[in-house]
Design a protein around this ligand. Sequence first.
Ligand SMILES: O=c1ccn([C@H]2C[C@H](O)[C@@H](CO)O2)c(=O)[nH]1
Ligand SMILES: [Zn+2]
Length: 131
Amino acid sequence: MNKEQLLAQSKVARENAYVPYSKFKVGAALLAKDGTVYDGCNIENASYGLTNCAERTAIFKAVSQNVREFAAIAIVADTEGPCAPCGACRQVIAEFCAPTMPVYLTNLKGDVVETTVEQLLPGAFTPEDLL
Ligand SMILES: O=c1ccn([C@H]2C[C@H](O)[C@@H](CO)O2)c(=O)[nH]1
Ligand SMILES: [Zn+2]
C-alpha cells in the first residue's frame, strides 16, 4: 500500500459520508503497520454536535479491532486546498500515532500536502503527560 493507493482509498471512503446537514463529505484512510487499511467517513447527526469526523471514524474502527499501530493516514475533502483536519481529530490522531507519522492531506483536485502528526498538533497533550 503506497501513498497514492492510500489517497485513492480515502476518496472511495469519502463516498460513504453521511452528511445531510453540511453536505460536506470527508474521507480518511488509515494504514496500520500490519498493512490493513481502515477507512472512515464523516457521520453527521440531527443533533449536530454528535457528528463524527472521517479521521476519528477510521481511528475508532481500528482501535475497536485492537489495532493501535499505524503507519500513515490520508484525509480528503472537496476543499480549495488540501483538507485540514479539525482540532478534535488532531488530538485523537496524536493519541494513537507517532509524532513523526506521515499525514497526507488532499482534495479532489489532487493537491497533496505531506505533513506529520507533530506538525499538525505541536506540543500535543499525550498519554505520556499523565505519567
Ligand atoms: O477534520 C474534519 C473536519 C470536519 N469534518 C466533517 C464534520 C462535518 O460533518 C463536516 C463539516 O464540518 O466535515 C471531518 O470529517 N473531519
Ligand atoms: Zn475532525
